[in-house]
Write a protein that binds this ligand. Structure first.
Ligand code: ZN
Ligand code: FE
Length: 263
């Protein structure tokens, strides 16, 4: 059995639909739009075998129904959100073998563990396994999702859960936001050398229209201001922006998130 590999399908202006594929099968993560997926499957002569959703937003689930008309496949997704086409509701479980805590794709012998990561939406989940992380709109390269249905504390906890994964974990997020996230991060932490280096690399990739993803957990810990709320330079800049001295990481996070919302 060969390890499946991951391919990006672009959708809308900046969404990525991630394809987990081998030479004849494909599973898709967050198909917001069916048409580019169907075109890809046809071009590559692949059979769809599963749909995985991270959260209920339409730019992540909008293509489910049309894909299901062509392929009768299981649809995995968060148990705590309403997604009409779901067949396998999932949530994080202590028992690593449990059925509702895993998406198992037999064609790839691939088991992806479910992590509950609320904040962007109330029931948002991530899929983790084989050094791959599909984290939807929670952790972005150098950024994080907006707080639509959750609190700053929830998002901090969710991001910490992802940051605790092994350094080499490949991070596949739902959008190409890296360049604008870096623009913000550079203002928050101008002295971060890893960030300066990343900015130059990302600029080169985007000039050639190449995706900047996947990132890695190690890279996010080194460059993502939302994972670095304990850094003195970040605490200082967040405090200056808030006009008061912020001490705990959740307040620093909340100040950064609010700042970025209007950036
Ligand atoms: Zn979203
Ligand atoms: Fe999204």
């Amino acid at each position: 059995m060969t390890m499946p590999h991951i391919v990006a399908i672009r959708a809308f202006t900046d969404n990525y639909i991630w394809v987990i594929r081998d030479h004849c099968h494909a599973a898709v993560v967050d198909p917001g739009d069916a048409s580019p997926v169907l075109a890809y499957l046809q071009h590559e002569k692949l059979k769809l075998i599963a749909i995985l959703n991270t959260h209920h937003h339409n730019d992540h689930v909008g293509g489910n129904a049309a894909l299901l008309r062509e392929f009768m496949v299981p649809v995995y997704g968060p148990a705590n959100e309403s997604i009409p086409t779901l067949t396998h509701p999932l949530k994080e479980c202590n028992d690593p073998e449990s059925e509702e805590g895993n998406a198992y794709i037999p064609e790839f012998s691939l088991s992806l563990r479910v992590l509950d990561i609320p904040g962007h939406t109330a029931g948002h989940i991530a899929y983790y396994g084989a050094n791959l992380l599909f984290c939807g709109d929670t952790l972005f390269a150098c950024g994080c999702g907006r707080l639509f249905e959750g609190t700053a504390q929830q998002m901090v906890d969710s991001l910490q859960k992802l940051a605790d994964l092994p350094n080499e974990t490949a991070v596949y997020c739902g959008h190409e936001y890296t360049q604008s996230n870096i623009r913000f991060a550079r203002i928050i932490e101008p002295g971060n050398q890893a960030l300066i280096k990343l900015e130059a690399e990302v600029k080169k990739l985007r000039e050639q229209d190449i995706p900047t993803l996947p990132s890695t957990i190690a890279m996010e810990k080194a460059t993502n201001p939302f994972l670095r709320c304990g850094q003195p330079e970040i605490i200082q800049n967040a405090s200056n922006h808030a006009g008061k001295s912020l001490t705990d990481p959740v307040s620093v996070f909340a100040a950064l998130r609010g700042w970025k919302d209007h950036f």
